[in-house]
Write a protein of this length. Structure first.
Ligand code: IMP
Ligand code: MG
Length: 179
């Protein structure tokens, strides 16, 4: 029994993922040709993507990590709490927030509001997966790997109850795996 046996469909295989990451790497390298962007990875869903993305970039980068946890069920006010803050200040830095997936947008909108108060030189967002159907808060995502339909997806860093992050593809779980 392998992990991928739990998948109903594969939305993006390893080849497809590589192509999207390389495209994003080219876009970001072009836009930041005269700057060294500071990438902030939102734990934990973005770490697999981050590891590939930074190696697809032709410009110097620095990285930092933040971990946030919702207060129970996220509310429309976007009440979340920082579990592990950034190690470094971001004042005057060219920040790119790296997310694995954006769903309602609550997590990201909270983060962006928080980061803006720290006076970065610029603030952009790069998400591997964008699920617009569930969006509660309107936000602009500057770099997107894939737009996907309103399905719960796992793999390539994304989890279901902390599992499946190590699946090398992005897929939808079988109902039997969602106990
Ligand atoms: P948002 O605040 O609703 O945008 O959701 C952000 C977080 O919800 C992501 O960082 C994921 O941890 C989780 N999430 C939302 N949709 C999915 C999914 O389809 N698969 C795995 N995690 C998801
Ligand atoms: Mg999760």
């Amino acid at each position: 029994m392998s992990l991928s046996d739990d998948l109903e469909t594969v939305l993006l295989d390893e080849e497809g993922i590589r192509a999207e990451v390389e495209r994003l790497g080219r876009e970001i390298s072009k836009d930041y040709s005269d700057r060294a962007p500071h990438l902030i990875s939102v734990l934990k869903g973005s770490v697999v993507f981050l590891a590939d993305l930074i190696r697809a970039l032709a410009v110097p980068v620095t990285v930092d990590f933040i971990s946030i946890s919702p207060y129970g069920t996220p509310t429309p006010s976007g009440v979340v709490r920082i579990r592990k803050d950034l190690d470094e200040p971001i004042e005057r830095r060219d920040v790119i927030v790296v997310e694995g997936i954006i769903d309602t947008g609550l997590t990201l909108s909270y983060l962006l509001r928080n980061f803006r108060t720290r006076n970065p030189a610029s603030l952009k967002v790069c998400a591997f997966v964008n699920k617009r159907a569930q969006r509660i808060i309107d936000l602009s995502v500057d770099y997107v790997g894939r737009e996907i339909p309103d399905k719960f997806v796992v793999g390539y860093g994304l989890d279901y109850r902390q599992r499946y992050r190590n699946l090398p593809v992005l897929g939808v779980l079988k109902p039997s795996a969602l106990e």
